[in-house]
Every structure is written in structure tokens, then in C-alpha cells.
Design a protein around this ligand. Structure first.
Ligand code: HEM
Length: 305
């Protein structure tokens, strides 16, 4: 039913090359039933199937012979070989393991593998692996498979999950989206009641946080309308990585002439090659300790005095 070696391989190569597109002969987008059985039962228009190179198959005498004598081979297998093997082995069962599971696993070809899909397909739910590594005889990654290429794929999948997770979190307004505020305007706004604190060239609105500050209201209030870069980074207290992360959620603006931040911002506008690393979702990756407000060498600390 699945045709000659040549016919099957040609379509399977097209399936790998054009997975889930109109040129894929078993595209799951044509329906579950079609990707399961339809592609074998219905005559396909060869023009619709993507082109593939099968010169190697055409040069293989066994493949060519089997293709030319396909009907004879089928009749031989069905009417002579199978009955004889049943007689000699004492069993009459014959299971073609590929087709019943094929449709289910095809649906997983472009989707993440789930535990249920693995169970329902008796392991064939790992079909993504077969698409990534078509020359690999195995069907899945297990702990004893440590080949470099497979590990790279695994790390990239983990990275994808990490990117999805990162995109759900609040990392603060990206610097390039913040307004640039001059020093005098910053001081003026702070005087007029907005609790603004400048740290490392970024202005933060800490109004809602004053009451929750673990170091007390008085200390955080003492920094309003000031540049608290040194104070925040060890001058009074060396704030944690978590404190810098929290601070980024309070971003209000960028200080004109405010250290590296404005230089970076200007470079962005001038299209210079100064940039941060973004993940696949376009989210900026902020590694622990790499926050823009983190000044690694405390500008003024008790030790330096
Ligand atoms: C501008 C926004 C600020 C934020 C978001 C902030 C956040 C925090 C956080 C989360 C902690 C807990 C410990 C840690 O995670 O490091 C903390 C502790 C502390 N903060 Fe701040 N802080 C700010 C400003 C300031 C200022 C301006 C000062 C000093 C003038 C200050 C002095 C302290 C002190 C002394 C502690 C230690 C409290 C203790 O453990 O007893 N903080 N801050």
C-alpha cells in the first residue's frame, strides 16, 4: 500500500524537505485522516509534491528492479511469502507498525513533544527528533545520547522555553523607549512631588515603593531628586541583584548626559553597533549582575574611605 521503495522514498524526502507545507505529500494540514491514509489511497498530483533529488535511488539496481516489478512483488509477498511464513512460524499476525502511528506523530512534527503524544504513539511522538536528525537510526534523545549535535539541539530547545518564560516577565521599559529628561527637569519634577531617583543615568519613579523599602522610608526618600548611583551601589548599601531587577521595573526616563545610558541610546539612534543581546522573542537578555544600574566598582564605599 505504501508503494515501491523509490516511490515511498521520493515522497518521504519531499515530506522532510517541505514539512507541513503544500509541497509536503503527507502534510498534516490536509487533515489527520489524509496524513494517515489519504496520501496512500488517493492518487496524488505529482506537480503538487515538492521536488527532491533521487538520483541515488535511480542508480540502485535493487530499488529500480523493485519499482519496475512492484505489483509482482506485492502479489508474491501477499500470496506466497506471508502464508508460507505463517505456516513455518506458526503465527498469522502481521503488523505494519508505521501507518497506524504515522498520522498521530505527523501532527507532532512541528509541535513540542508532550508526554501524552509519546504515550499514545508508543514513543513515535518523538518524531521531531527524526526530522531534526534524519540520518540517526534512533527515535529520541535519552540520557545516554550525548552526541554534540544532539546536545546543541537540546540546549536550543531549552533556550526556547527560557525565552518564552522571559517574555512573560516584567523587565522594565526598554531603555530606548524611555524619554530623555534633562537634569533640571528631573530635579524640578522631584521637587513637585514625584519620587524620582537617578541611578546610573536612568531615572526611576519610586513613589509606590517607598513604603515597602526594606531599608526604611527615610533612606530611600533621602535619594529623591538626586543621583543615587554610588549610594545604591555600595556607598550606603550594596544592593542585591534582585534589587537591581526590581529597580528596572520603576524606570521613568533617561538622564540627558547620564553616563553610559545616554551614549548607548545615542548610538542606537545613529545606528552604531552598540547593542544588547535579545532573545528569540525580541526580549532583551539581562543576565544577573548585568543590569544597567549595576556599577561593579562602587564609586564611593566605606572601604574606599
Ligand atoms: C531607588 C530605589 C531603591 C530600591 C528599588 C531599593 C531596594 C532595596 C531592596 C530590594 C532591599 C533589600 C536588600 C537587597 O535586595 O539588596 C534594600 C535594602 C536596603 N536599602 Fe534600598 N532600595 C532603593 C534605594 C535605596 C537608597 C537610596 C538607600 C540609601 C540611601 C537604600 C538603602 C538600603 C539599605 C540600607 C538596605 C538594607 C536594609 C537592611 O537589610 O536592613 N536603598 N533596598
Amino acid at each position: 500500500m505504501e508503494g515501491s521503495i523509490r516511490w515511498w522514498s521520493r515522497d518521504h524526502r519531499a515530506h522532510h524537505r517541505y514539512t507541513d507545507t503544500v509541497k509536503d505529500p503527507y502534510s498534516v494540514r490536509k487533515g489527520l485522516l489524509y496524513s494517515h491514509l489519504g496520501w496512500m489511497v488517493f492518487k496524488q498530483n505529482p506537480k503538487n509534491t515538492g521536488r527532491t533529488d533521487i538520483t541515488d535511488l535511480n542508480e540502485d539496481p535493487v530499488v529500480v528492479w523493485q519499482h519496475r516489478n512492484f505489483i509482482k512483488c506485492v502479489l508474491f509477498m501477499a500470496l506466497i511469502f506471508l502464508p508460507l511464513s505463517a505456516v513455518f512460524s506458526g503465527t498469522i499476525g502481521w503488523v505494519d507498525s508505521s501507518t497506524p502511528l504515522f498520522s498521530v506523530l505527523l501532527t507532532t512534527a512541528t509541535h513540542p513533544v508532550t508526554t501524552s503524544s509519546r504515550l499514545v504513539t508508543l514513543g513515535e511522538g518523538y518524531h521531531n527528533f527524526h526530522h531534526e536528525f534524519p540520518s540517526d537510526y534512533r527515535n529520541a534523545i535519552e540520557w545516554w545520547h550525548s552526541a554534540n549535535e544532539i546536545e546543541k539541539g537540546r540546549v536550543q530547545q531549552l533556550q526556547k522555553k527560557l525565552d518564552q518564560k522571559r517574555a512573560t516577565l516584567n523587565w522594565g521599559t526598554p531603555l530606548e523607549q524611555l524619554p530623555v529628561i534633562g537634569w533640571d527637569d528631573f530635579v524640578e519634577e522631584a521637587k513637585n512631588g514625584k519620587a524620582l531617583v537617578a541611578i546610573a543615568g536612568v531615572i526611576h519613579d519610586v513613589t509606590d515603593f517607598i513604603k515597602d523599602h526594606p531599608g526604611g522610608r527615610a533612606l530611600i526618600k533621602s535619594a529623591i531628586g538626586k543621583d543615587a548611583t554610588a549610594i545604591f551601589n555600595g556607598g550606603v548599601y550594596y544592593h542585591s541583584n534582585a534589587a537591581h531587577n526590581l529597580l528596572s521595573t520603576m524606570r521613568y526616563g533617561v538622564l540627558r548626559g547620564g553616563c553610559e545610558v545616554e551614549i548607548w541610546k545615542r548610538a542606537q539612534f545613529e545606528n552604531k553597533d552598540v547593542t544588547y543581546v535579545n532573545d528569540s522573542a525580541g526580549q532583551r537578555i539581562i543576565r544577573a549582575g548585568n543590569q544597567v544600574t549595576k556599577v561593579t566598582q562602587p564609586i564611593g564605599s566605606a572601604d574606599a574611605a
